[in-house]
Design a binder for this molecule. Structure first.
Ligand SMILES: *Cc1c(COP(=O)(O)O)cnc(C)c1O
Length: 375
């Protein structure tokens, strides 16, 4: 038995729509019926007015900062515990990212820490809905309003997650999604910008395709990018939208199974679902505590031997040597994130994981906990 951390749920629907796009010869990204359909269905799914398809989640984040004119001399507050793509996007724009430490339970940025980091240069806050659990948005939005800051949601791991009943990606000025192979739904590679602001949507469309001219296409209106999604990619996305709610249900069933299986193991800190949250459990993430703390390497290797694939937690921005070396941040800047990330990992969490596999993984985890703690 080998259980991978994640495998996308692909079926004949994806193949059929890709073949159809091919047959029509609609393979590029300037136009195409699947692009339009993917954007329309995704906007509706997120309860926003506009969705703009782009080449990947990192491009969505970069474009979001570009359309908000955030650049040199500006500071952006960013949750330190994330996929580094969130920070790289800020750096691509020449702006300065300021890391915000995490809450110990949700691992999301701690809104209580935001205000002390605001300066005259601060322009925006990027929240990341980590592992599918929404950030506590009300305090974030209140601080943003008070200090006149933009709010960008990195929802790359949280398609369909709800904050007080509202979809993530609809709560700030711009939402950014990814459709990489292991995300809630996938188009292979892909991304989406969501917004209720017509001007921001228009500017995203302009910049994602070289800011082509209106009269003469080749007299460019601005310094744009090629961040287009192809229509073939969008065809996969449209097929995936047909099963997004099913995938979310499967993720929640998976989480419920693991939560029950591990509830009596004090050495395992489990993911939470705060009262304001509907968690989509992108990945079932745990932290090794007590007698297991500092034993992540052994724990993962032992599980690997038993055919259970796992992955370490993200390494926070403040621990990345490429940034410490450049004196952009200090290693001890975010003690909470440092504490849980060093002993965090996620278990197999794919949308097509079977009951049998869940049972197998749970038993192996319990056995490995027992083996390590009884040494
Ligand atoms: C995956 C991910 C991204 C990057 O998306 P890509 O499509 O891989 O570029 C950005 N932020 C977070 C939180 C992610 O998990």
């Amino acid at each position: 038995m080998f259980v991978p951390v994640s495998k996308p749920l692909l079926g004949k629907e994806e193949t059929a729509l890709v073949n159809d796009a091919m047959k029509r010869g609609e393979i590029s990204g300037l136009s195409g019926s699947y692009l339009q359909k993917f954007e329309e269905t995704f906007a509706k799914f997120c309860s926003v007015k506009h969705a703009v398809a782009v080449s990947n989640g990192t491009a969505a984040l970069h474009l979001a900062l570009a359309v908000l004119n955030i650049g040199k001399g500006d500071e952006v507050l960013v949750g330190t515990f994330t996929n580094m793509a969130t920070f790289l996007a800020v750096i691509y724009q020449g702006a300065k990212p300021v890391p915000i430490d995490s809450e110990p339970r949700t691992w999301n940025l701690d809104p209580k820490l935001l205000e002390s980091k605001i300066t005259k240069k601060t322009k925006a806050i990027i929240v990341i809905h980590i592992y599918g659990h929404p950030v506590d948005m009300d305090p974030v939005l209140a601080i943003a309003k008070k200090h006149n800051l933009y709010v960008i949601e990195d929802a790359a791991e949280a398609h369909g997650a709800l904050y007080k009943g509202k979809k993530v990606g609809s709560l700030g000025d711009i939402g950014c999604f990814s459709f990489y192979g292991n995300k809630i739904i996938t188009s292979g590679e892909g991304g989406m910008i969501t917004t209720n602001d017509q001007a921001l949507a228009d500017r995203s469309r302009l910049l994602k395709t070289f800011a082509y001219g209106k009269e003469n296409r080749f007299m460019h209106q601005d310094i744009g990018y090629n961040y287009r999604m192809t229509n073939v990619t969008a065809a996969i996305g449209v097929a995936q939208m047909g099963k997004v709610n099913e995938v979310i249900q499967k993720k929640r069933t998976m989480a419920k199974y693991y939560l029950r299986a591990f509830k009596n193991i004090p050495e395992i800190q489990l993911p939470v679902e705060e009262p304001y949250a509907f968690n989509v459990y992108w990945m079932f993430s745990i932290v090794l505590r007590g007698r297991l703390s500092g034993k992540r390497k052994e724990f993962m290797a032992e599980l690997k031997k038993r055919g259970v694939d796992t992955r370490e937690h993200f390494i926070p921005y403040n621990q990345q040597e490429i940034f410490i070396r450049r004196r952009m941040v200090k290693k001890n800047a975010c003690p909470v994130a440092n504490d849980f990330s060093k002993d965090g990992l996620y278990l197999p969490s794919g949308p097509d994981i079977s009951k049998k596999e869940l049972d197998y993984v749970s038993k192996q985890v319990a056995a490995v906990v027992e083996a390590i703690t009884s040494k």
